[in-house]
Design a protein around this ligand. Sequence first.
Ligand SMILES: Cc1cc2nc3c(=O)[nH]c(=O)nc-3n(C[C@H](O)[C@H](O)[C@H](O)COP(=O)(O)O)c2cc1C
Length: 263
Amino acid sequence: MHADWQRICHEFLLATGYKKGDLEQGWAAKYDFSKRPPTYLRHEDALVRIPLGKPEFPVSPDVWEVLNNRRSKRNFTEDPLSLNELNLLLWGTQGITADMGDYQLRTSPSAGALYPIETYLLVNNVEGLDRGLYHLDVQEWCLEALKWEDVAEVAYAHTEDQEMTRRAAVNFVWTAVVDRSKDKYKERAYRYIFWDAGHVAQNLHIAGNSLGLGVTTVGHWYDKEMNDYLGIDGVNHLSILMASVGKVAGKDWLSDRRPAPRD
Ligand SMILES: Cc1cc2nc3c(=O)[nH]c(=O)nc-3n(C[C@H](O)[C@H](O)[C@H](O)COP(=O)(O)O)c2cc1C
């Protein structure tokens, strides 16, 4: 870790903060959106593509009840997630809900409708899916299988042995394609990317808690190891945030929330 991180962080805030008079007035409105970098990422070399289709939407609890009862639950059981549950979580975080012609809008908001966030999944225990690394193709709404292996151990090792990541039915790894935001927002793009990821993660909490699932955001992972594992360069395409999801006993939120014991 850099010894002078405090100076670097301070300089980041200074370098990316807006001051009156810094920018040409109306510059953002003048951005030529039609020339933006591509919004959708497809892995043409995927081992297999699994179409998801529209999820089946269950009857949901009242939104105020969901917010009142939301907790970061991480004491996961060994019960698998159904593919429909996973599809609902993906739709709730990245699903396309409106077609504006040359761009589409989603369940999560995104600065400038540029959608820099990609979703990778470390699938451990989901009915109908082999264990492995997957990427969500948002445009085709399908999962792209990239590697088949024991990703529970990968998640555990890359999150400094957080037991919940090993026990999770699925770990979300959100990445960002920086160019999508940087083309418009320049130095401020990095802020927008983190804000976008926060909105996506909160949608996962709302969707997951509505389904009675355990969801916990994970900010603690080894960046380089994860980027290398995903096969991304860590500069223009980098890991931004993670979340663990799984079934919980659902009897008592305090014990559902408890960090799983390390064994
Ligand atoms: C950005 C972010 C990163 C987090 N990282 C972790 C983490 O690495 N491990 C973990 O067990 N919990 C993590 N949490 C969960 C927090 O510990 C939890 O939200 C906090 O204790 C408040 O509890 P609640 O969400 O149940 O209300 C994270 C939460 C956020 C928002």
